[in-house]
Design a protein around this ligand. Structure first.
Ligand SMILES: Cc1cc2nc3c(=O)[nH]c(=O)nc-3n(C[C@H](O)[C@H](O)[C@H](O)COP(=O)(O)OP(=O)(O)OC[C@H]3O[C@@H](n4cnc5c(N)ncnc54)[C@H](O)[C@@H]3O)c2cc1C
Ligand code: SF4
Ligand code: SF4
Ligand code: SF4
Length: 389
């Protein structure tokens, strides 16, 4: 039964959706992460949960066998509203043009991040930009199955484990389905993120009316996002923000993230999207301030679709995989488990997010100084140095 999955569980919820006795529910554990538990009294031992679980099947890593591209959407509005080069929006527009369906992650205050079904361009805005928190996929895989059975074209975007979970749930591939996995650093829980927002409001004494994990307009094309309170304009998050710090240091991720089988050159989706960090080294002649996506076509279907969506709507140039992966560690290996993770888990259990914030300020003094220094150096100089390497 699914109890045997242990720390490899990614919390996808496919076991819950497949249980004929509805006897699996989620329970909160360390750092707010949710894990399935079985009501032993009701379980009939049918094994459907294990059969639907992607974590029960090995995903072997291997060499990259696809093709890699640099992508930047021509449409400046889309580009501004996207995390990197806006590749996701181009893929989504292509599917909606054919009356298809797009599945991606939306975040709402109080509800957290969750996957939703979108059928019109107006719905795409909520999906744009990365949310640096686990997105809930409960009930979503059944909807995808229904759309495919009705003959609709479907684009599913998520972390690699979510794509693997969908594939395991469906059991077989469909010509109408294009899957997109993101290069993934790891995920904190929704509960942890909500606690952080409450801490943030208490600290500033102001209510948040907007929060973005990534925001190019306020913070440039970087790992930083933005916030807006009722009292001011949209501002970049500070480099000593404890959520940003603990995310970048991989201190609060779900346990499975530190041994993620999908973090490597062999990808689970038809297409992979990420930030093309280090693209300045390639001197491609693309506007670097606008942000650039790396797009990997991992299957023939993925390559055809990527070509259709990007050839006329984007700066679209083939590159070598090694160049794409050079500054993007999670294209070759999972995030390392830091020695301080237990300390953060204990701090959160004992004192909630305020205790995490104090620990981060003490623990990450050097990293804060380094980030301050990096932010103080003009981007043009940083690029000049990197471009010369
Ligand atoms: C948790 C997380 C960690 C990441 N880590 C890295 C990294 O280490 N290196 C790297 O190169 N790229 C990473 N990315 C991917 C990167 O941030 C961009 O999503 C990617 O470059 C695509 O950008 P875009 O401009 O094409 O699209 P965007 O407009 O930014 O589109 C975002 C897409 O991602 C989906 N999405 C957003 N948040 C989530 C979420 N929490 N869970 C599942 N799907 C989500 C949306 O549904 C949408 O389809 C990460 C993304 C996430 C969500
Ligand atoms: S990985 Fe998904 S299907 Fe497997 S046990 Fe965890 S929640 Fe259930
Ligand atoms: S073995 Fe069958 S009844 Fe028991 S939890 Fe799994 S799916 Fe549900
Ligand atoms: S690091 Fe791996 S296990 Fe963790 S959320 Fe990303 S894809 Fe899933």
């Amino acid at each position: 039964m699914i109890g045997s999955i242990g720390p490899a569980c990614t919390g996808c919820g496919a076991c819950i959706a497949s249980c004929p006795k509805s006897c699996i529910s989620m329970e909160e554990r360390e750092l707010g992460h949710m894990y399935p538990v079985v009501d032993e009294q009701m379980c009939v031992g049918c094994g459907a949960c294990l059969r639907a679980c992607h974590a029960a099947r090995p995903f072997e890593q291997g060499a990259f066998e696809g093709r890699a591209f640099a992508v930047q959407a021509i449409d400046r509005e889309i580009l501004e509203d996207s995390s990197s080069g806006g590749a996701f929006s181009l893929l989504a527009a292509e599917v909606l043009l054919a009356n298809g369906v797009v599945y991606g992650s939306r975040w709402k205050r109080g509800e957290g991040a969750s996957h939703v079904r979108v059928t019109a361009p107006g719905g795409l805005d909520a999906l744009r930009r990365s949310k640096y928190v686990q997105s809930d996929t409960t009930g979503i895989f059944g909807l995808v199955k229904g759309d495919l059975a009705a003959g609709a074209d479907v684009l599913f975007v998520g972390t690699p484990c979510q794509v693997a979970a969908l594939k395991a749930f469906l059991g077989s591939d469909s010509e109408n389905l294009v899957t997109v996995d993101l290069v993934c650093h790891g995920v904190p829980s929704s509960a942890f993120f909500e606690d952080y927002l409450l801490w943030f409001e208490k600290k500033t004494g102001k209510s948040l009316i907007e929060y973005n994990s990534r925001d190019k307009v306020a913070a440039g094309w970087s790992y930083l996002g933005s916030y807006r309170t009722e009292a001011g304009p949209r501002s970049a998050l500070p480099v000593d923000d404890p959520y940003v710090l603990t995310f970048n240091q991989s201190a609060t991720f779900r346990r499975c993230c530190y041994a993620c089988p999908y973090a490597g050159a062999r990808r689970v989706g038809d297409i992979t999207l990420g930030d093309f960090w280090g693209v300045e080294r390639l001197h491609l002649g693309v506007d670097l301030d606008g942000g650039v996506s790396v797009a990997l076509a991992n299957s023939k279907k993925g390559l055809n679709f990527l070509n259709r969506a990007c050839a006329n709507s984007a700066f679209f140039k083939e590159v070598r995989f090694d160049d794409a992966a050079r500054s993007n560690a999670n294209l070759t290996r999972p995030s390392s488990l830091p020695s301080e993770r237990e300390e953060f888990a204990d701090a959160y259990a004992a004192g909630g997010f305020p205790a995490v914030a104090s620990l981060a300020a003490r623990r990450y003094k050097k990293e804060i100084l380094k980030s301050r220094f990096k932010r103080a150096v003009p981007t043009s100089i940083k690029r000049l140095v990197k471009g010369a390497v």
